[in-house]
Design a protein around this ligand. Structure first.
Ligand SMILES: *Cc1c(COP(=O)(O)O)cnc(C)c1O
Length: 432
């Protein structure tokens, strides 16, 4: 028996989805729980436009959570993947293309000598942490509240109560013993990091060099430099989780933009332009500890998959050869920030735009968001009204008050101007 894909309505598909997949989705945020729980069911997307099974269209700022920096169904990426597909979808053996992509990545990202291909950001951070623990012979790791590093047990950790910074499980199923090895610090607060360093011998500090998973929160001057100094002083590994920022903020990611070099870097999202690919990498002495060169075990049946590598090669070659793409995306993102900030002032509402390059968030708060605790001040109901008004008017924002929107090279002048009009009306409707 075959399962045809009839021309189902959105509601019909979602109902079927809920019967066979937990919550009807394969990643929680897709359920749109924070904004009313009526998720769209996508049929196709092209450039900056995404279309659902009912034929509704939106200007998309989710952009596959940042992966598709060249826009949806970019003709070059599509052709590269089609061509690779015809040669075989996977071999589980070494290919030249994955070497070429590794060479390109090592060329583009300042701190990398070597990389290892994996298939998701979660795998990349989990593996980088294992390597850091092996290299230092220590078990504890410092992470920042509000930063997301995928769903490995060591990172699904919340701040414990009281003065203790030792983490507690943030999900059932995460062992206390493992969560306790993760110490929570506050983003943009070097004192909290110093306290954690005093508490335990630290294998690694892992950080989003621009936080994107509590909304867009830029690092303040000196924060990344301070982490670099503390890690060097304590013989700890500094891990920049650039799964979101890599190849997005600059050809060499946030480490190029801010001029601070980590020991290990994790990459994902843009690196496969929507086809599952990710990587971790760093200095040769560290990466040489990874099996089979060294003894730190880590493997993957589909790692360096030819379809993902083809998409990645096509994307990164374009970004490396045409750095003006970044200037254009910056111009459009700055215009969005200016237009929305002007609207917020004109409407006299408690909201603010925070942005680094093509990553931006409209926070429903007039207080700067410098760290996770600051997100408490945001008005979640106002955000839901803002999101819904924009959605009804044809602009798809990330469906949560604390996610980052992503501009791509497919968002052009007229798209951006139209977005500003729509979002200005949505802000007005959210507050009146
Ligand atoms: C998306 C993301 C991850 C997780 O990547 P997956 O591919 O979803 O596993 C890890 N770190 C950061 C900073 C991310 O934005």
């Amino acid at each position: 028996m075959t399962h045809p894909l009839p021309h189902s309505t959105r509601a019909g598909v979602y109902e079927r989805a809920c019967a066979v997949m937990p919550g009807g989705v394969n990643s929680p945020v897709r359920a749109f729980g924070a904004v009313g729980g009526n998720p769209p069911v996508v049929e196709a997307a092209s450039g900056s436009i995404v279309r659902d099974v009912d034929g509704r269209e939106w200007i998309d700022y989710i952009s596959s959570w940042g992966a598709v920096i060249l826009g949806h169904a970019d003709p070059g990426v599509v052709a590269a993947v089609q061509e690779a597909t015809a040669r075989g979808t996977s071999f589980g053996l070494l290919t030249e293309a994955e070497v070429a992509l590794a060479e390109l990545v090592v060329d583009m990202v300042p701190s990398l000598d070597m990389v290892r291909w994996v298939s998701s950001g979660t795998e990349a951070t989990m593996s980088a942490l294992r390597l850091a623990r092996a290299a230092t012979g220590r078990d504890h790791v410092i992470k920042f509240s509000g930063c997301y590093h995928g769903h490995a047990d060591s990172f699904l950790v919340a701040a414990g109560s009281g003065a203790a910074t030792h983490g507690t499980p943030d999900s059932p199923g995460v062992p206390d013993a493992l969560a306790g090895l993760t110490l929570l610090a506050r983003y943009n607060d070097l004192n909290s990091v110093a306290l954690a360093f005093e508490a335990e011998p630290i294998a690694a500090v892992i950080v989003e060099p621009v936080a994107g998973n509590m909304g867009c929160v830029p690092p303040e001057t000196g924060f990344l430099e301070g982490l670099r100094e503390m890690c060097t002083e304590h013989g700890s590994i500094l891990i920049f989780d650039e799964v979101m920022t890599g190849f997005r903020l600059a050809p060499g990611g946030a480490q190029e933009l801010f001029g601070v070099l980590p020991d290990l870097t994790t990459l994902g999202k843009v690196i496969g332009h929507g086809v599952p690919a990710a990587a971790y990498g760093g200095r040769a002495d560290l990466m040489s500890l990874v099996s089979p060169a060294g003894s730190v075990y880590q493997a993957g049946t589909l790692a360096g998959n030819p379809l993902a590598v083809a998409a990645g090669l096509c994307t990164l070659q374009r970004l490396a050869a045409e750095p003006e793409i970044y200037d254009e995306i910056e111009r459009h993102s700055a215009r969005l920030e200016d237009g929305l900030s002007d609207a917020i002032v004109a409407l006299d509402i408690p909201a603010r735009v925070q942005r680094v390059g093509s990553m931006w968030t409209v926070f429903m708060s007039d207080m700067p968001v410098r760290e996770f605790a600051d997100t408490d001040a945001a008005d979640l109901d106002a955000f839901a009204r803002f999101f819904t008004a924009a959605y009804e008017d044809g602009v798809l924002l990330p469906p949560s008050a604390f996610e980052t929107a992503f501009t791509t090279s497919a968002h052009e002048d007229d798209t951006v101007e139209h977005t500003i009009d729509v979002l200005t009306r949505a802000l007005d409707r959210a507050w009146t």
